[in-house]
Design a protein around this ligand. Structure first.
Ligand SMILES: *[C@@H]1O[C@H](CO)[C@@H](O)[C@H](O)[C@H]1NC(C)=O
Ligand SMILES: *[C@@H]1O[C@H](CO)[C@@H](O)[C@H](O)[C@H]1NC(C)=O
Ligand SMILES: *[C@@H]1O[C@H](CO)[C@@H](O)[C@H](O)[C@H]1NC(C)=O
Ligand SMILES: *[C@@H]1O[C@H](CO)[C@@H](O)[C@H](O)[C@H]1NC(C)=O
Length: 634
């Protein structure tokens, strides 16, 4: 046991210095609740969160659980959250309108925030059926409102069972439609439309898991489409083929299905295409699609979909696709498995029930495209590393900057969140946030873009993170620029949330701009902290501590006799004084160096105490050693 303990202790630093070779892929900084403000609120028991809804005000968040909505106010976190019950109309007890009938046990499965403030559209499902409800959360005790245009949805969805966690899209057209997917390997796996015209997926025997639905709002209603992203179980059991295949599929929202005997009430406009994510040169391919995030553009076709993938080797990757490229494949690619050129319409049809029988027969056989959708600019993954990410959130345009820098938030399977800066050609992991005090399973993450607050929920906690915590990058222009955080900039004296005129250089984190801009005079490189003088008795042990802020920096202790380097993976760079003697006395400086910028991070003066000194301090040092040993192993 002791041997194992020792082996681990000796091996660990070696292993971590090996992986440190890929330093730029690892996060530059780590933020726990010691470094940044994190407000944690417990979630009410047994009502695991389904979705995080953000309201106009920065500090109010609604968590939709299985049974209730809870409104949290982070301004006054000590107040108990407001609980909002869903009084399904069909469930109201006639004798007592504020009560639900006893057998009324519906789990919330759809929570759609309407554009009108404080209006939500909800659906709840039990083992047999689904009810939907429109609520105005401003009301003290909201009841389900009756909107005529939602009646068709409510009627057509009643006998349908929505699965937990399926993506959905409410399309607010003259007749509203609800699009929702059904994942698995049972019957009717695919996209379902509810509303005036119910449409179901055509029968097939493939196993598919849906991770995202994107509605393309078009000026021309006939061109309105819904895109779904999913992974399909690979039926090819070959050694070289992966377990999953990633796909995009699209349907026209106006589709009503074909005619009697062929594709009646099934999609006539559905086409699907494989997504490619990988690197041909290094032969790394990613096929397990995990999650997608959409960044809408002014021009709909420029809309980008950020897709998170994993592969069998425990690696993750993010690939970006544009709707334009997806549409290009659906418009121009040959059909898979068709000899020669078979005609099938690629446009949306105003009345799909009038499509001729021969055409429907081609549609039924040929919905898959031969060509694959490649990432934008035929690029490889914009990020690939050995982390196992579970969710992705993307913030497209940080305020007032005209550069094309995007910020990604990726949740890790251990409860952490990576904040990543990306431009066309580069990605940079700015920081890892550790919102929970323990390993946790993150259920969802959601960014409030204007306040730069990130909300992270686990099964029983909701955490608010300030992701523009710029002061923590350091007190010099260079440190602020090295952070490469689009949310932060140097104002001449402080690293602050970026505003117009703050200094930043995101493309390379080139801190030379600090010296070259006369407006921001070069700071003195003098150590600003206090120089500690430490007296130690002879033969005593002692640890000198130096905080590791940047994992991309090299930390070195300069001291009498020799210099000692540290692994920057650790949270601090420790120097052990094994046995204090006259040779150990002198100046100790911990110097960090990153991209040519070096500074003194800690400064000590060690002195040898006269023999008459306190004896008891020795045992304290041993306690300290034990504590450090235990900490470094945990
Ligand atoms: C509703 O949610 C509870 C708690 O997660 C679960 O045990 C139950 O099976 C769900 N009911 C249905 C019908 O999905
Ligand atoms: C920079 O920001 C800090 C903190 O907000 C403020 O105190 C300081 O006055 C600002 N400096 C300049 C030169 O604007
Ligand atoms: C992205 O970063 C690269 C490399 O530093 C830089 O050359 C390029 O100009 C940046 N692109 C954009 C669009 O900002
Ligand atoms: C330690 O590093 C300093 C600064 O880089 C250098 O001047 C000094 O010679 C080094 N000392 C030893 C013993 O290597």
């Amino acid at each position: 046991m002791a041997l194992l303990f020792l082996t681990l202790f000796v091996l660990f630093p070696c292993l971590s210095s090996l992986t440190a070779a890929t330093a730029t892929l690892s996060q530059r900084m780590t933020f726990t609740d010691r470094e940044t403000t994190m407000k944690r609120l417990p979630l009410p028991g047994h009502d695991s969160p389904v979705e995080i809804l953000l309201e106009g005000e920065a500090d109010t968040v609604i968590i939709a659980g299985k049974k209730h909505l809870n409104s949290f106010n982070f301004q006054s976190p000590q107040k108990t959250p407001r609980e909002i019950r869903v009084l399904w109309t069909e469930c109201i007890d006639d004798k007592n309108p504020q009560q639900l009938k006893a057998d009324c046990n519906y789990n919330i499965t759809v929570v759609h925030q309407r554009e009108e403030a404080n209006q939500v559209f909800l659906c709840g499902t039990n083992s047999k059926e689904t009810l939907c409800c429109d609520m105005n959360l401003n009301e003290q005790q909201p009841s389900c409102l009756s909107f005529e245009k939602m009646d068709d949805i409510k009627r057509s969805i009643r006998k349908f069972v929505i699965k937990e966690g399926e993506p959905y899209a409410l399309v607010d057209s003259p007749d509203s439609d609800l699009f929702i997917t059904y994942s698995g390997s049972q019957e009717f796996v695919g996209i379902h439309k509810f509303g005036k015209h119910r449409v179901v997926p055509a029968r097939h025997n493939k196993e598919q898991h849906y991770v995202g639905l994107v509605h393309g709002r078009q000026t021309e209603p006939l061109n309105s489409k819904v895109y779904a992203f999913y992974r399909e179980k690979n039926s090819d059991k070959g050694v070289s083929s992966g377990m999953w295949l990633p796909f995009v599929t699209r349907v026209c929202t106006a589709d009503r299905g074909g005619r009697k005997n062929i594709l009646q009430f099934s999609w006539t406009s559905q086409m699907n295409a494989r997504l490619f994510c990988g690197d041909e040169d290094s032969k790394q391919y990613f096929s397990e699609l995990v999650d997608v995030a959409t960044v809408h553009a002014k021009q709909w076709l420029d809309t980008r979909v950020y897709a998170l993938f994993r592969n069998e080797w425990g690696m993750s990757a993010v690939c970006v696709y544009t709707i334009q490229d997806i549409e290009h494949i659906f418009t121009n690619s040959p059909l898979k498995g068709s000899e020669g050129t078979r005609y099938r319409p690629r446009e949306c049809d105003a009345d799909s029930t009038q499509i001729p029988q021969e055409v429907l027969m081609v549609i039924e056989k040929h919905s898959e495209m031969e060509q694959w959708v490649q990432p934008v600019n035929n690029a490889g993954p914009l990020l690939s590393n050995h982390h196992s990410y579970t969710h992705i959130q993307v913030h497209g345009s940080p305020s007032n900057s005209d550069s094309h820098n995007t910020v990604l938030f990726l949740s890790l399977n251990n409860g952490g969140v990576h904040k990543v800066m990306q431009n066309e050609s580069q990605t940079f992991v700015i920081a890892e946030y550790q919102p929970f005090n323990h390993r946790a399973h993150i259920v969802s993450i959601r960014l409030h873009p204007t306040s730069k607050k990130l909300y992270v929920s686990s099964r029983n906690e909701l955490v608010q993170l300030n992701v523009a915590n710029c002061a923590h990058y350091g007190d010099s222009c260079e440190l602020c620029v090295l952070a490469r955080d689009p949310y932060c900039g140097w104002n001449g004296t402080h690293c602050i949330p970026e505003t117009h005129g703050t200094l930043q250089e995101l493309t390379q984190g080139n801190h030379a701009i600090c010296a070259s801009t006369s407006k921001y005079p070069a700071p003195s490189k003098v150590f600003r902290g206090s120089k500690d003088i430490i007296q130690l008795p002879p033969k005593s042990k002692y640890f000198l501590r130096c905080p590791v802020l940047s994992h991309h920096a090299q930390y070195t202790w300069l001291h009498p006799g020799s210099n000692t380097s540290c692994s920057s993976r650790e949270q601090q760079c420790l120097l052990l004084i094994d046995s204090m003697g006259p040779e150990q006395a002198g100046t100790y400086k911990c110097v960090s160096e990153e991209m040519g910028y070096s500074r003194v991070s800690a400064h000590y003066q060690l002195r040898l105490e006269s023999k008459a000194a306190v004896r008891s301090s020795v045992s304290m040092v041993w306690l300290c050693l034990m504590a450090v040993l235990i900490k470094s192993l945990s």
